[in-house]
Write a protein that binds this ligand. Structure first.
Ligand SMILES: NC(=O)c1ccc[n+]([C@@H]2O[C@H](COP(=O)([O-])OP(=O)(O)OC[C@H]3O[C@@H](n4cnc5c(N)ncnc54)[C@H](O)[C@@H]3O)[C@@H](O)[C@H]2O)c1
Ligand SMILES: [Zn+2]
Ligand SMILES: [Zn+2]
Length: 389
């Protein structure tokens, strides 16, 4: 089959690889009808994710048609249309039973390696390094889905691929980011990053009852999309974000702050973000947490900092003094996607949100390598890419 494969920093290729096969009774094989490129894939593209190997098949936002099922999968049959969560989960372990599927204790065969770095291991992920199982991803013609009786969600006939695809990751992730904010009605939520994840966080915050959303980015079309959702926008290259957030909240700060940027913020936004870049380049640091610092400072006393932007290692100069003295709460996770699927599918079916709003680019798998660049460089108005194999 054809698939997008990793060969090093900025080197992604569309090439032929062996078709996947059933390896376990609980596996299914999906013929991919649509897949997307995520901001998390850009961390791989930029070479900041460790333990990638030549030829690894990328992609973790995938949907398609079931073409084969193992004998252990009784809830799916050939021909079913499904969307596949990026988190691989057994459904039965201590964490899965509690709804924390992204911490599944069984789906990461590399858990010893992950534990060495992080103290313990999260779940395995599709197309995301040999720290997290080294599973082949879904930017391909076919995908092997482990624990297929747990993850895949059947897509109702009335929904198009583009309306269902983002249930695999960015809609649940943006929704979780907003849910972490403990919105009860009337809050002001600040969101750093108006990429695809930020866009879903903004819309989810309004869905949950936020009164105002302050959306921060510098890319004009991303800010425009945030305004279309009802957000007030701030351009971090044009204005001082902290000063503006204070001005807009009468000096108190936002009730909750969402970091939907993570470890690769724009380098030149501020002095500390330049310093972070130098530290990472000289192996003096693992991450560039400029946005997290700013989110902490902009959060009101006893507010919540919700982190869904991905970080990898050991973060430097985090203002813990500010956080403890002012009573902040931190919430963060790789999204336990399975937990959110029934609820979010219902919101789509009721017409409360149509996730396809975020798509700007549609192309074939062969165009994938070029579109990785377009998406990374935010060229050509690119906000979200959907590939059809
Ligand atoms: N927790 C999860 O389960 C999960 C799931 C999906 C994605 N993610 C992570 O979410 C993050 C965003 O993903 P995406 O697909 O939206 O990526 P993206 O790269 O398209 O979006 C990031 C946005 O942040 C903006 N930005 C850069 N520096 C900034 C700054 N200083 N202040 C404000 N905005 C700034 C960029 O202009 C860009 O629009 C990534 O780190 C990704 O890995 C996490
Ligand atoms: Zn993702
Ligand atoms: Zn499990």
């Amino acid at each position: 089959m054809r698939a997008l494969t990793w060969h090093g920093k900025s080197d992604i290729r569309c090439e032929r690889v062996p078709d996947p096969r059933l390896e376990d009774p609980r596996d299914a094989i999906i013929k991919v009808t649509a897949c997307a490129i995520c901001g998390s894939d850009l961390h791989i593209f930029d070479g900041v994710i460790p333990e990638m190997e030549h030829g690894d098949v990328l992609g973790h936002e995938t949907m398609g048609e079931v073409v084969e099922v193992g004998p252990g999968v009784t809830n799916l049959k050939v021909g079913d249309r499904v969307v596949v969560p990026f988190t691989i989960a057994c459904g039965e372990c201590f964490f899965c039973r509690r709804g924390f599927h992204s911490a599944c204790e069984r789906s990461n065969p590399d858990r010893a390696k992950a534990s060495k770095l992080w103290g313990n291991s999260p779940a395995g992920l599709f197309g995301y390094s040999h720290l997290l199982g080294g599973y082949a991803g879904g930017q391909a013609e076919y995908l092997r889905v482990p624990y297929a009786d747990v993850g895949p969600l059947k897509v109702p006939r009335g929904l198009s691929d583009e309306q269902a695809l983002f249930l695999s990751d960015i809609f649940p992730t943006g929704y979780m980011a907003a849910e972490f904010c403990g919105i009860t009605g009337g809050e002001t939520i600040a969101v750093w990053g108006c990429g695809p994840v930020g866009q879903f966080a903004i819309r989810s915050a309004f869905l949950l009852g936020a009164e105002r959303v302050l959306a921060i980015d510098t890319v004009p079309e991303r800010l425009a999309m945030a305004r279309a959702a009802g957000a007030e926008t701030l351009d971090f290259m044009q204005e001082d974000v902290y000063d503006r957030v204070m001005e807009l909240t009468r000096g108190r700060g936002a009730d909750a702050c969402i970091d939907a940027v993570g470890t690769e913020p724009a380098t030149t936004a501020s002095f500390d973000s330049i310093l972070d870049r130098i530290k990472v380049a000289t192996f003096m640091g693992t991450d560039r947490p400029h946005v997290l610092r700013q989110a902490i400072h902009c959060c009101r006393n006893f507010g919540t900092v919700s982190v869904v932007g991905v970080y990898g290692g050991f973060l430097d100069k985090i203002p813990m003094g500010s956080a403890i003295n002012r009573g902040l709460t931190f919430r963060m996770a790789q999204t336990p996607v399975q937990r959110y699927l029934p609820l979010l599918l219902e919101r789509i079916e009721k017409g409360e949100i149509d996730p396809s709003f975020v798509v700007t680019h549609r192309a074939s798998l062969e165009d994938g390598p070029v579109l990785y660049e377009t998406f990374r460089d935010k060229r050509d108005g690119c906000i979200k890419v959907v590939l059809t194999p």
